[in-house]
Write a protein that binds this ligand. Structure first.
Ligand code: ARG
Ligand code: ZN
Ligand code: CA
Length: 316
């Protein structure tokens, strides 16, 4: 394991050295002592010419924007969706209307057309994002089962274990609807995992716009959150006390937030920022989450570019 980590670090180091033109000035420091001459040259140039840092930051911003426009705006990513329903009870055998309501929520939330998008506080209005990815329901597979709950170890994704294998998992988003159990609403596989288990799982009770019985998780945001993970987004609190989600425009959160926190909710982490509790990647109630940030959009964009982990999706 250590060896693998070490080679991964070396690889990163080599790649960085070969791509010095695209490395932001603030990311160069860790590499200067490693004999990568291009970085020493750059450091020297930055010392001589303070405006270079500004210019490089502009190039960096342009690169990010080009990446988004190339693939996420003009490219119009449309993701075909396959829904796999596993049911024992009639309630678990969710209707097509129920399934379509979930697709609609995903389309709203990923295109900033959700009716609560205007509730984003002005503090975050500069970073609230229209991710610009849409979802098209292609197939619904249904299978009856004797299982009362499926757990979180991917049994529902395997025909051999009574579940349903994914359909074309390198080009289609597979979503399983079943009873997970253990109080789990849903779970996702991050980019890079095996394609045999790729996709997200959403408990049937919290799938789409559901009844009062599913409150406060009745607005389809479990799938929005899980698709966020599937597109490489981490929890906003970085799964640690004052952890990092690797996104710079989201504030550092102490920990997960639940319910619907009153605004403003201050972090006790360094700088005591106001937390972005209304982000889909927090743990609030469905009605408490209604935005992705531009930084999250950039992370998403990066997996859909040529060479990215999900480039194969949304290809016409
Ligand atoms: N993976 C999370 C869980 O099962 C999902 C949280 C989704 N939050 C929501 N408001 N729907 O706990
Ligand atoms: Zn999560
Ligand atoms: Ca952050």
């Amino acid at each position: 394991m250590k060896k693998i980590l070490f080679s991964a670090t070396m690889l990163l180091f080599l790649v960085s050295c070969n791509n010095e033109e695209t490395t932001a000035p603030n990311e160069t420091s860790k590499l200067t002592e490693r004999g990568c001459a291009s970085h020493e040259v750059l450091q020297e140039q930055l010392k001589q010419n303070p405006e270079l840092a500004i210019k490089m930051n502009q190039i960096e911003a342009f690169t990010e924007k080009a990446m988004l426009e190339g693939r996420l705006v003009n490219g119009k990513i449309e993701i075909p969706v396959v829904v796999n329903v596993l049911y024992r009870t009639t309630a678990e055998n969710i209707s097509l209307a129920q399934i379509q309501s979930q697709i609609d929520v995903l389309n709203e939330d990923f295109n900033a057309t959700n009716s609560d998008f205007n509730q984003v506080p002005s503090l975050f209005s500069g970073v609230k994002a229209n991710v610009g990815i849409s979802f098209v329901l292609e197939t619904v597979n249904r299978k009856v089962t004797k299982k009362t709950s499926w757990g979180t170890r991917d049994a529902m994704k395997k025909t051999s274990r009574g579940g349903l294998d994914p359909t074309s998992p390198t080009t289609k988003l597979n979503i399983w609807a079943c009873t997970i159990g253990g109080g789990i609403l849903g779970y996702a596989q991050f980019p890079g995992g095996p394609s045999a288990t790729d996709g997200i799982v959403v408990d049937s009770k919290y799938f789409g716009l559901s009844s009062a019985a599913s409150y406060p998780y009745n607005l389809g945001r479990t799938a929005t959150h899980e698709v966020g993970h599937w597109m490489n987004l981490r929890h906003i609190w970085g799964d640690a006390t004052c952890g990092s989600d690797l996104v710079s425009d989201t504030p550092t959160h102490n920990t997960a937030n639940y319910g619907v926190p009153a605004y403003p909710h201050y972090s006790t982490c360094s700088g005591t920022p106001v937390e972005m509790t209304m982000n889909y990647m927090d743990y609030t109630d469905d009605r408490g989450m209604y935005m992705f940030s531009n930084g999250q959009k950039s992370r998403i964009a990066a997996i859909f570019v040529s060479g990215g982990a999900r480039f194969s999706f949304g290809q016409p």
